[in-house]
Design a protein around this ligand. Sequence first.
Ligand SMILES: [Zn+2]
Length: 342
Amino acid sequence: MSRRPRSILPTVLSRRQALLACAGWFGLALIPHQQSWAVRSTVSNASSASASTGKASPLSAQAIKQLNQAVPGGVAVVPLGFAKEAPRATFKGSDVLVLAHQNKWYALVGLSLNTLPGAYQLSFVDQEPEKTDLALEHKPNIQSVLKQMQAEAGQLSALGAFEVRDKTYPAQHITLKNKRQVNPNPDDLARIRQESALQNEAYATFSNADPSNVLFDPPVKGRLSSPFGLKRFFNGEPRNPHSGLDFAVPKGTPVQTPASGRIILVGNYFFNGNTVFVDHGSGLISMFCHLSSIDRKLGDYVSRYDVIGKVGSTGRSTGPHLHWNVSLNNARVDPAIFLASK
Ligand SMILES: [Zn+2]
């Protein structure tokens, strides 16, 4: 897979180049994609990057602090030090989202619910980023330099290393009148297999675009009815844990995408009912399901807050609600981690 070069330190872009760069993401057919990203990068500083392109990195100090919840079903924000171009890192064989904050790169690593607690290490595909920390070089006071070096010793000695803590999720018991949704018949099973292959393929998508934002507003305004990670029992039988967040809102409530992106899958599925997948870029993907209607079609580009469908109760559902999944590097993670605090 070829990847576009990215940098925290682009050369000054002309207004036209900046417009072309935006158009690349939104797929305007008139402008060849390659041309839009052909702008190579060199020096200067990160603040001029946002000033010249008009596009700030979506990774704020607040986002780094909020998203770093390294537990099964969570996200690890892993500092990758300094490098001119974005380092390419993988976790369990999948590319991970890498974003800049000030002069440093950070990997945002999705940790699936079956991740065991312990020490992990990202793999670097091309080359490991430089361990030089620019901030250290400019510190005038030797004591503060030593202090910071101690604090960052772990990351300086092994870039891409991180620790996953344990987390236990509660159980939830659900009663379904439709027994076929608990124990599907052979025809249903064939359908389910086919549909899960399609959905797994969508989750594995890694497109070369940065997400518009990594802190989200909820896709509907309403009461959270089921948190992520619940160990589920349907009519007493253990099934997969709850992979997303449920909002109890009336049928017909508009569902707004929490970030820009492209619709990469739509369908009507046995368990998920009417479903829309939005690729926000670089392996960050939302899935919305049980919809009563789907308002966008496959391949559409959507902007943050665009309505992609309406809340319903299609598929395996006990009443109208929105089920929203967030996936990072093909790991389903707790969407609540991304919700901007009000
Ligand atoms: Zn749900």
